[in-house]
Design a protein around this ligand. Sequence first.
Ligand SMILES: [Zn+2]
Ligand SMILES: [Zn+2]
Length: 444
Amino acid sequence: MEVVEKATALLEQYPLCDYCLGRQFSMLGHGLTNGDRGKAIKRLLVLEGSRLLLEKDEAGETLLRRVAVNGFSEVSFSTLQALGVEVELEETSCYLCGSAFTGLDGLCEKVVERLSSYEFNSFLVGVRAGVRVEDREDELRARFKVIWGESIRSDFSREIGKRVMNAMGKVVVFKRPDILVTINPFTENISLKVNSLFVYGRYRKLVRGIPQAKWVCSQCGGLGCEKCQNTGKLYPDSVEELISQPLLQATAGSDVKIHAAGREDIDARVLGSGRPFIIEIVNPVKRSVNLRFLEKEINSTSEGKIEVEHLEFSSKDLVRKLKAGEGAEKVYRAKVEFEENVSDEALSLLEETMKQIVIYQKTPTRVMHRRAHKLRKRRILKLKVKRLNPILIEMLLRCEGGLYIKEFISGDGGRTSLSVSEATMIPARCVELDVMNVCLEEFN
Ligand SMILES: [Zn+2]
Ligand SMILES: [Zn+2]
């Protein structure tokens, strides 16, 4: 019987706890822990030892001693005592785990304590056991030709996961758990990686002069200086901050990031259906926040500046899709001022010319210092104009995402072609710009 023979040989050489003996046979039997396996094998060895001893075979005493000493088996110890054989137990620890499995309940209590300051639904346990331990087990397996074993790391992580699951009523998931717990069972070092919380929504920016993301002061790098009046930033508000402050407070997170489908200029408003965004809350302590309530709170604290709607919980996968939406079609409304009176004929010609046309743009002069020089090609899908006075028009424009609208109007000294200036042959400039729609089907 190979299991018994192998286990006997292993215990002859090494002290092994129930888990570490059982783990060498972990592919045998179902619905058992490795601890159950180890214990069952040791008990079987005790039965065998007792039989031999009753048949006056000295090998029985040897076996019982071995199981009592190297197997830490109380059953074997008391069997020897009952049979009147004296045995002294030595102070040893398990050759493979240093008896860390025996102390697992205590370690798990610490893990539960660390986790209980967070609100979460799912978690995953990762184990760092160290190469030496794994090497040691590999050598033992090679020597004894163990072929049914599993790694000590998966044994630890399953056992810890099970205990934490039972103690806290949370589930173990392998893909994107709320919290990843990394444990070294030998040093009892526990570290937590709390995954970000993602909240999707759409925002409208009702006033000009607010950047999308917090604009850190270039002079002091955010530390605070004269230039920024010790605020560390160049604008008092940003869309990111206005949306995230109530979210940050409710979740007790440590930081936020805004991900959006493109960004508007500081002086452009966002109206209409708004721009889709995802706020990423880093290290959230609370997750089950009431988004309906927070939506109201954001809208009342930012009244007159920004508005959000359709807040819902999202995921990292959607951040990627949202960013890909930078190129999605956009609808803009622009006020365009011409240097001289523009005729009705020129305006109808403009509408006619700008139908389904590709615009070529070299990187605009105003962003050249921070953007790579390249030629962009973006399609205009539709352009409608409405006259406001002899030199002022309102223009409604649907185009591919990424078109620089101000340059499409002015021509940027010939760097953008065709432009409104070029098509009407009157120099024109954008005096007001509003984003009216970001056409992202998946996010509507
Ligand atoms: Zn062990
Ligand atoms: Zn500063």
